[in-house]
Design a protein around this ligand. Structure first.
Ligand code: NAD
Length: 254
C-alpha cells in the first residue's frame, strides 16, 4: 500500500470538493486494493499469472471456455468476502448528498454497488464479475448455479432461454465495450465541474480518454494515485499516496 498523501494535498482536495457542485469520479483497481482485491499492474498481480483468454478464443473453443471458468472461480475464491473500503464509502456519500453525479469505473468487483450506489449511479465500463450473462439474449445468470454445474458435471453454461453461450459479465480482451455505457461516461465527463480519478494507471483505452475529455470541457481534474500517470501533467491537482487515506476525509464533507 502506498504511504498516505501529505496533509497539504489532502486539504487541497477538500477545498476543491467543497467548491464543486457536479462531480464525477472515475475509479480503477487501486481503490479496491485496501479491500483485499489486488490491482492489475502492480508487481506480483494474480491477474497477470496467466495469459488472458481473448474473447474470440472463448467463443471458438469449449476448452477455452472451461479454462476461463476454472480461472474465474479460482480468482473469486481469492477475493471472497471483500467489502467496500474508505474510498468506495466516501464516493457513495458524495453521491448520496447529490454532490457527485455518478461513479464511472473500470472495476469489475461490484464494490461500488456494495457501498450503497444504485445501478444507475455506477457506470461499469468493463462489466461486472459478480454475475454472468448470455452473450446472445443478455439474460442474467447467477454464478453459484453455474459453478455447481461446472464443478460437479464439468458442464459449461448455456442460456435456458435461447441456448446462447453464457459468460462472466466482464469485458474480455478483444470484446467490444458496450457503446451506450461509454457514451454515458463521456457525457458525464463532459458535463461535470470536477473529475476525480482514483486508482487507475490510466493506460487502458478508451477509458483513459475520459480525464482528457473532462479537462477539455472545462472541469477541474484531480488524480489520486500511488504512482505517476501520464495525465498528471494536465491535472489541476495530483494527490500522490494511498487512496483510502486521501478520500477518507470526504466522508465528513457537508
Ligand atoms: P491498474 O492495476 O492498471 O492501476 C492501478 C493503479 O492504482 C496503479 O497505478 C497503482 O499504483 C495504484 N494503486 C494501487 N493501490 C493503491 C492505493 N491503495 N492507493 C493509491 N494508489 C493505488 O488498474 P486499472 O487502471 O484499473 O486497470 C486495470 C484493469 O483491470 C481494469 O480494466 C479493470 O477492469 C481490471 N481489474 C479490475 C479489478 C477490480 O475490479 N478491483 C482488479 C484488477 C484488475
Amino acid at each position: 500500500m502506498p504511504p498516505p498523501p501529505d496533509a497539504g494535498s489532502i486539504e487541497a482536495l477538500l477545498v476543491l470538493v467543497r467548491e464543486a457542485r457536479a462531480m464525477v469520479a472515475f475509479t480503477g483497481a487501486g481503490i479496491s486494493t485496501e479491500c483485499g482485491v489486488p490491482d492489475f499492474r502492480s508487481p506480483g498481480s494474480p491477474w497477470m499469472r496467466n495469459k488472458p483468454i481473448p474473447f474470440d478464443a472463448f467463443m471458438a473453443s469449449e476448452d477455452a471456455r472451461a479454462e476461463a471458468w476454472r480461472r474465474k472461480f479460482a480468482m473469486d475464491d481469492e477475493f471472497a468476502g471483500a467489502s467496500p473500503g474508505r474510498g468506495h464509502r466516501a464516493l457513495a456519500r458524495l453521491v448520496s448528498l447529490g454532490r457527485m453525479q455518478a461513479v464511472v469505473t473500470q472495476n469489475i468487483d461490484g464494490l461500488h454497488q456494495a457501498s450503497g450506489l444504485g445501478s444507475g449511479q455506477v457506470i461499469e465500463l468493463h462489466g461486472n464479475g459478480t454475475y454472468a450473462t448470455c452473450l446472445q439474449c443478455g439474460l442474467r445468470h447467477e454464478l453459484g448455479v453455474i459453478r455447481r454445474a461446472f464443478e460437479v458435471h464439468r458442464s459449461l453454461p448455456c442460456c435456458d432461454d435461447c441456448g446462447g453461450i453464457v459468460k462472466s459479465a466482464t469485458i474480455s480482451f478483444g470484446q467490444q465495450m458496450p457503446a451506450a455505457r461509454l457514451r454515458q461516461a463521456q457525457e458525464l465527463a463532459t458535463n461535470c465541474d470536477l473529475f476525480l480519478v482514483a486508482g487507475s494507471s490510466l493506460v487502458v483505452y478508451p477509458a483513459a480518454t475520459l480525464p482528457l475529455l473532462a479537462k477539455r470541457a472545462g472541469a477541474t481534474l484531480v488524480i489520486v494515485n500511488g504512482e505517476p500517470t501520464e495525465f498528471d501533467a494536465i491535472a489541476d491537482l495530483v494527490v500522490r499516496g494511498d487512496i483510502g487515506a486521501a478520500l477518507e476525509p470526504l466522508l465528513w464533507v457537508e
